[in-house]
Design a protein around this ligand. Structure first.
Ligand SMILES: Nc1ncnc2c1ncn2[C@@H]1O[C@H](COP(=O)(O)OP(=O)(O)OP(=O)(O)O)[C@@H](O)[C@H]1O
Length: 129
């Protein structure tokens, strides 16, 4: 009975670790995507600017939320693109809509990121002159 419980517990941990490995593999896949690399480069630039301008904790919180938000949407966008490609290789209006909607979600959140970035950085840039 006790060994049965231990087996179940080990099984649960193994499943959890496998899920974690699959999720890490997802990140490995998306890092190879050119669009995601653009986001990584932009995020690095913004973070260097954040260090240069000594952002406050709250400002960092907003910047990190924007960076992780855009990247999370880009990962979902990539997953949707791959799913659509799996379903059809032919030209399908619905496939186009699905892909364009997913890309639109990234663009929409990126717009918010630009606004937040402008609110945080523009006054600091002005104060340099
Ligand atoms: N099966 C399809 N049927 C109809 N339109 C499609 C189909 N596949 C792609 N498209 C259209 O072509 C565009 C380019 O598709 P593609 O698969 O290259 O993705 P993408 O949006 O360029 O993203 P990425 O550059 O990240 O791969 C899509 O945004 C979509 O409008």
């Amino acid at each position: 009975m006790n060994s049965d419980c231990n087996d179940k517990e080990t099984f649960r941990w193994k499943r959890f670790l496998s899920s974690f490995r699959f999720a890490l593999n997802g990140l490995r896949i998306v890092v190879k995507e050119p669009n995601f690399r653009v986001h990584l480069a932009a995020a690095s630039g913004v973070m260097m600017a954040g260090v240069y301008f000594s952002l406050t904790r709250v400002e960092w919180l907003f910047i990190l939320l924007m960076i992780f938000g855009v990247m999370t949407l880009e990962i979902i966008n990539t997953a949707i693109e791959k799913t659509v490609d799996l379903v059809t290789k032919d030209y399908q209006p619905l496939a186009k809509e699905a892909k364009d909607l997913a890309a639109g979600a990234v663009l929409w959140f990126s717009l918010l990121s630009i606004i937040v970035g402008a609110i945080i950085f523009l006054p600091k840039i002005y104060s340099l002159f």
